[in-house]
Design a protein around this ligand. Structure first.
Ligand code: RIB
Length: 291
C-alpha cells in the first residue's frame, strides 16, 4: 500500500533564541541552522522512516533541488514533486530554551501546484492506498476530492489550523488529526463537538497528556498516555507523530498500536533539535527507553 502525501516542502531556518521575540522586539539569535522542513515533508520522512511507501506530491523552486534530493535519500518517492517558477517555501523558526517555537512561513512554491500535476501523481493510486494532506499547500480540497473519487482513504492533519480549511474538506475525511485547542476552535466553528463530526476516526493530541482517539462509528474514545521526556525542540514533533501513525495504519496495525508507536516517535523527536533531518527511525524507537 502507498501513502500519497500532498504536502509542503520548506527550507527551515532555525534560530535558537533566549526567549521567543515579542511584538516590536529585536533579538539576537544564539545560533542558526538550515535544514529540510515543511509539515508535509516532515510527515513524508516520518512515514518513510516508519517503513511506509510514500509518494510525496508537492512543489519547490529551483533553489530547492537539494530538498528533493534529501527527501529521496530519506526513502521518499519524489517523482511527483514539481519545479515551479516561485522560490521554495521557507520557514523562519525561533526556538527558545524550553523547546517552544514560533514559526513564520513563506509558502512560495507550495502554493504553485497544478491540478494536472496532482492528477498525474495519483494515476497509479488504488483503493488500498491512503491520501494525506495538511494546510500548507494549495489545491487541498481539489486533491482530496480526486483521491476520494479514486477510492483512497483520506487523512487530514489540520495544521497550521484554519477552521474554514477543515470545514471545506470535512465531508471527505476518514481520519482527522488535530490538537485540543484546535478541536475546541473547530467545535465553535461547526457548532458541534468533535466526537459528533462526520469523520470515522479523529485523533486529538493532548500535549503532555498524550492523545485521544475517537471512533465515531463505534461511539468510543480511547486515551493513549504520553511518554515523559525533557523537550529541547518541539518543532516537527506533531508531524512525526502523524507520519508514524499513518505508516502504522498502512502496515496494518490496529489504531491503538499505531498511536503508541506514533507517541514514542513524537517523544523522541522533542529531544532533538531540527526537523525532517532528525526524525527518528524504527531502530531509534526500539532503542528508546522513555517512561
Ligand atoms: O511543523 C513544523 C514545520 O512547520 C516546520 O518544518 C516548518 O517548515 C513549518 O512547516
Amino acid at each position: 500500500m502507498t501513502l500519497y502525501n500532498l504536502g509542503s516542502i520548506n527550507i527551515d531556518l532555525v534560530y535558537r533564541v533566549p526567549h521567543l521575540p515579542g511584538p516590536g522586539e529585536t533579538l539576537a539569535a544564539l545560533s542558526l541552522s538550515k535544514g529540510l522542513g515543511g509539515k508535509g515533508a516532515n510527515m513524508s520522512v516520518a512515514a518513510a522512516r516508519a517503513a511506509a511507501r510514500v509518494v510525496h506530491i508537492g512543489a519547490v523552486g529551483e533553489d530547492g533541488r537539494w530538498t528533493v534530493e534529501r527527501l529521496t535519500e530519506y526513502g521518499v518517492d519524489t517523482r511527483f514533486i514539481a519545479y515551479a517558477a516561485e522560490p521554495t517555501g521557507h520557514a523562519v523558526i525561533a526556538v527558545d530554551d524550553a523547546g517552544e517555537n514560533s514559526i513564520l512561513l513563506h509558502p512560495g512554491a507550495n502554493h504553485a501546484l497544478s491540478e494536472t500535476e496532482i492528477a498525474r501523481a495519483l494515476e497509479a493510486a488504488t483503493p488500498d492506498d491512503v491520501f494525506l494532506f495538511q494546510n500548507e499547500t494549495s489545491l487541498q480540497r481539489e486533491a482530496a476530492q480526486k483521491a476520494s473519487a479514486l477510492g483512497l482513504r483520506i487523512a487530514y492533519a489540520a495544521a497550521p489550523f484554519d477552521a474554514g480549511a477543515v470545514r471545506a474538506v470535512l465531508p471527505l475525511l476518514d481520519l482527522l488529526i488535530l490538537n485540543e485547542v484546535e478541536a475546541a476552535q473547530l467545535a465553535e466553528a461547526t457548532g458541534q463537538s468533535v466526537d459528533t463530526l462526520p469523520v470515522r476516526d479523529i485523533v486529538v493530541t493532548l500535549g503532555a497528556r498524550g492523545c485521544r482517539w475517537i471512533n465515531t462509528d463505534a461511539g468510543q474514545q480511547h486515551d493513549i498516555p504520553a511518554i515523559k521526556v525533557t523537550p529541547v525542540d518541539t518543532t516537527g514533533a506533531g508531524d512525526t507523530f502523524t507520519g508514524y501513525l499513518l505508516a502504522g495504519l498502512d502496515r496494518g496495525m490496529p489504531m491503538e498500536q499505531a498511536l503508541r508507536m506514533a507517541t514514542k516517535a513524537g517523544a523522541i523527536m522533542v529531544t532533538r533539535q531540527g526537523t525532517a533531518d532528525v526524525i527518528p527511525d524504527l531502530k531509534d524507537l526500539q532503542d528508546f527507553d522513555g517512561l
